[in-house]
Write a protein of this length. Structure first.
Length: 318
């Protein structure tokens, strides 16, 4: 049956291309059918698998980039159209554009790519679909991320500049110990280290070097877990972060130490995308929400006339 289906599809769509892709784990009947089509003028290409028996993501990305394949043509046409539509937007256009609609278009083309790969190369392993989705995202964002970032960078530039000025003022006027004291991190979650929660700050700093939004999301997830690990370690294994009152002061402190060119842009890009593709994952990972809340708190409260740098502690519940 599988043999007849492959032959029938090839005959029906041969005018659109004669290039057959097979994974190295295909059933013998599929390989036999492909060999038959090869004898009738079709080109056969085997897609290698990795040590876990999964389709190689790097090979998939090469497939997606080629106009020899129908899916490659579709994606490359999308990339060209995307750049034409958004590469030369003016500042006034960027302020009025709905960035969520941009993310909806991106999510749709990634879903199309994933489904096409899944229906063509799935070896009936659950992890294959994850591979196809990641390969599609990595390929597409490698082509259009600069355009996306430029939009968000300009849209959030004023907010980010305001934050950077206050962040600079904080670090010029206060020591790390004084910042922690003023923000009110609970004593049990403080460290005697010169630079507390440095591992979290280092992880978050990696976000600027990733173009794939899922990879950025994974960085934020790792940072969230590292906050909890550090807090547990600083309390000698006696206390965990049980509430927002425990965690938010730590995130605010971490935010004062970040060295990211436009953290507002980075966070809102990921937030907008995952609101479209996976709200459940977004709800499970509170790091984006906590960081955005911390940025807004620092910008508004530290810049307020009622704030005195000589006061012992800021009331973050205001």
């Amino acid at each position: 049956m599988r043999n007849l289906v492959i032959k029938g599809i090839c005959e029906r769509y041969k005018n659109f291309g004669k290039h057959i892709l097979l994974s190295a784990l295909e059933h013998n009947s599929s390989i036999a059918a492909a060999s038959y089509m090869q004898e009738n003028g079709f080109e056969i290409e085997l897609i290698p698998i990795d040590n876990n028996g999964l389709v190689d993501i790097d090979v998939l990305k090469k497939i997606l980039s080629k106009n020899d394949y129908e899916l490659g043509k579709t994606l490359n046409n999308f990339v060209e159209d995307f750049k034409k539509r958004y590469q030369t937007l003016t500042i006034s256009q960027i302020y009025t554009i709905d960035t969520k609609l941009i993310m909806i278009d991106i999510a749709k083309i990634i879903e199309l790519s994933t489904n096409t790969l899944n229906s063509t190369y799935n070896n009936y392993q659950n992890n294959d679909s994850v591979c196809f989705s990641l390969a599609s995202e990595q390929f597409l964002f490698s082509k259009i991320y600069n355009v996306i970032y430029n939009i968000y960078d300009k849209k959030y530039k004023k907010q980010n500049n305001d934050f950077l000025l206050i962040q600079k003022e904080i670090n010029e006027k206060l020591s790390i110990k004084e910042i922690i004291q003023k923000i009110g991190i609970k004593e049990k979650f403080r460290s005697r280290e010169e630079y507390p929660y440095k591992s979290v700050i280092d992880i978050l700093g990696m976000i600027s070097f990733e173009r794939c939004l899922r990879k950025k999301f994974e960085i934020l997830t790792s940072a969230s877990l590292e906050v909890r690990t550090c807090a547990l370690e600083y309390s000698n294994g006696k206390h965990e972060l049980d509430s927002m009152d425990d965690e938010l002061p730590i995130i605010i402190y971490i935010t004062t130490q970040l060295k990211i060119s436009n953290i507002f842009a980075e966070l809102h890009i990921v937030d907008d995308y995952f609101r479209i593709v996976s709200r459940d994952e977004l709800l499970q990972n509170k790091m984006i929400t906590n960081l955005i809340s911390s940025l807004n708190f620092i910008t508004k409260m530290w810049n307020s006339e009622i704030l005195d740098f000589n006061e012992n502690k800021i009331d973050i519940k205001k």
